[in-house]
Design a protein around this ligand. Structure first.
Ligand SMILES: NC(=[NH2+])NCCC[C@H](N)C(=O)O
Length: 318
């Protein structure tokens, strides 16, 4: 595909890691420790070992008053305020950097992708890899948890606290969900009405993850200036990645997802990535953290090994 002039090229970009230490949208506070745990597990060093320039740019913490939120209006306000700060932080990163946002619960996405849109001057296409649809509004939610609403909010649906943010809303025609297997009827109906393509786990089983990701890339890259990936770790099978707030059986395998994420390395229009819902309190031996690092390396690493040469004399002069 041809890219408009000025479109950032992934290989030249340094990675800017940004922690979003908020569990304001979740029923458990554990995911707020995700960024510090991932920083401590050597994520920056691992990305450098995979051939990238990388730095930890900042970690945003919710204001100390935020966790007093109980009623819906206050929850919407504190989540919206945090998302606005995150959107501003992303929009303010140096132009040559690629944002890698580490949550936090998935409500942070409400800010991430508006900030990315602000950055690239257009709504990004978005691949949303998740067991859930996260497309409730305050009127349809069954649980009252804001982390069940961010995709709807990004599409401009729901309470103004979550939708009135800087940066463009997403275009439903350039969004898709991959790996879905647990939802309530209202959020499914909303995505159907908007025309967002949903690749369920049933479809992944039927067609294979490779074919599904090929379609997902085609949808999200078509006609745009860039696309991103929002990876909710509960998309993965809890047998391999149990350290999440809302595990759902029958998920993606770590190795097969990692293999597909390597395709992103070849996409110059891949503009940002987010990894959410990690719960270090449920990962005492750090096994899940190591798998998360592997997934990040798969998507963002470079092919550092020189191609093998058939001519042994070539090897000598290198
Ligand atoms: N980000 C997540 N883990 N979302 C799970 C949402 C589960 C459920 N649909 C709800 O609205 O509460």
């Amino acid at each position: 595909m041809t890219l408009p002039a000025g479109t950032p090229q992934q290989p030249e970009q340094a990675l800017a890691l940004l922690g979003a230490a908020s569990a304001l949208g979740a029923p458990d506070p554990g995911s707020a420790r995700g960024p510090s745990a991932l920083e401590g597990s050597g994520l920056v060093a691992s990305l450098r070992a995979a051939g990238r320039t990388a730095r930890w740019s900042a970690t945003l913490e919710p204001s100390p008053l935020s966790d007093t939120a109980h009623d819906m209006r206050t929850s919407l306000q504190v989540n919206g305020a945090f998302a606005t700060r995150l959107a501003d932080a992303i929009a303010g990163l140096p132009a040559g950097e690629f944002p890698l946002v580490l949550g936090g619960d998935h409500a942070i996405a409400t800010g991430t992708w508006r900030g990315v849109g602000h950055r690239i001057g257009q709504a990004p296409g978005l691949i949303w890899i998740d067991a859930h649809l996260d497309s409730h509004t305050a009127h349809t939610t069954h649980s009252g948890n804001i982390h069940g609403m961010p995709l709807a909010a990004l599409l401009g649906e729901g309470a103004p606290e979550l939708t009135d943010l800087p940066g463009p809303c997403l275009d439903p025609a350039r969004c898709c969900v991959v790996g879905a297997r647990a939802w309530e009827a209202e959020e499914h109906a909303l995505l159907q009405r908007l025309g967002v393509r949903i690749f369920t786990m049933d479809e992944v089983h039927r067609r294979g993850l490779h074919a599904v990701m090929g379609d997902a890339l085609a949808i999200t890259r078509a006609g745009g200036r860039g696309f991103g990936l929002s990876l909710d770790l509960d998309a993965l099978d809890p047998g391999e990645l149990p350290a999440v707030t809302c595990p759902e059986p029958d998920g993606l395998g770590v190795a097969s997802l990692a293999a597909e994420l390597r395709r992103l390395r070849a996409c110059p229009d891949f503009v940002a990535m987010e990894i959410v819902e990690y719960r270090p309190d449920l990962d005492p031996d750090g096994l899940c953290a190591a798998r998360i690092v592997k997934l990040a390396q798969s998507a963002l690493g470079r092919e550092t090994m020189p191609a093998p040469s058939a001519d042994p004399s070539v090897a000598k002069v290198q």
